[in-house]
Design a protein around this ligand. Sequence first.
Ligand SMILES: [Zn+2]
Length: 368
Amino acid sequence: MSKGPPFFISIKYAYIQRKCDIAHACAKNIAAFLAKHRNGVYLSPHRPPGGMRVAARVSAKAGDLRTDIPFPSSIMIKQIALILATLILTCSSSAAAPSWDIPQKVSQGRAFEVRITDTSPFRGNILWNGSSYPVPSSPYGGVHEARILLAMPIDAAKPMRAAADLSSGGLAASVTPLPVDWPRQILSVAPKYVSPPKKVLKRIERDRKLSREAIGTVTERGYWELPLHRPVPGTVSSVFGGRRVFNGQPRSPHLGTDLRGQAGTPVEAVASGTVVAASELYFSGNTIYIDHGQGVISMYCHLSSIGVRKGEFVGRGQVIGKVGATVRVTGPHLHSALYVGRIPVDILPLFEPVPSPVGGPSKEQPRN
Ligand SMILES: [Zn+2]
């Protein structure tokens, strides 16, 4: 047996596409791969019917201290590869590899949580809908995890690709949108809010810019947690996604949920975060935007008063303002909205103890 410098083996990520037993041939293949390449992505060549396929990023290099398994010869490489390959297969999800829980199907206009876990700390980005979101991991229950909220656009028609580019490996998945039969809503409001007079057009443009910037905020640390806190106790008076007709004219869909509340009812933050805008807007009246991190932004409209300032950090459940009936509304209520990666989503399912990525249009049973 030749004695060279000590080698250490490290398997950076691995995943199993099918549950099965490992054949010794596969361990030998990994050993042969390591002897030839020293590191890289090993992909098992066979996938027998009902059988297995192993994919692993493997490396064997001098002085790599990721694992404490020194081996001096190719015979040892074979033995260690066999042990590690067996390990990968017997504890597929707890192997040193990132894995994620991501739904395969999501209804239009719904947010869904993605949880990534690994045995060691990781960082990187999630790519979704043309944007990138940072996902630093933190220790949780013996593993390291990162959670992120993503959203299916209200008009999504084709499967969308999600990818994770992480320090410990890569992940990819396809998420299929489920169509929702959005309701039609016919409403009457003051004419100036359907066809605004010329003199306010500049103001409306300014408001739009403010909203775009608020909704487009992406900060690294996520403060949101599911379920979200209900901002007012009142029931739903108008659901998310309704195709709206104002005074006989079709307008953009209802991109929030209206919750009943007497004027003056305290409005509470759905999650902790930083106030990114708090001002009076032409269409939505007194409005607050809160950044909850990772592209998750909540919005509160038609307030009779605003109790926070831009830049202020607020806690989950903290009172931020009061219910009102400012501008384009038919009576006092809270227009409660959530944007996830700039995508407006139905906030109502996120108040449920276990939010579902599938369903809609939202309905809520009347409560006492
Ligand atoms: Zn509304």
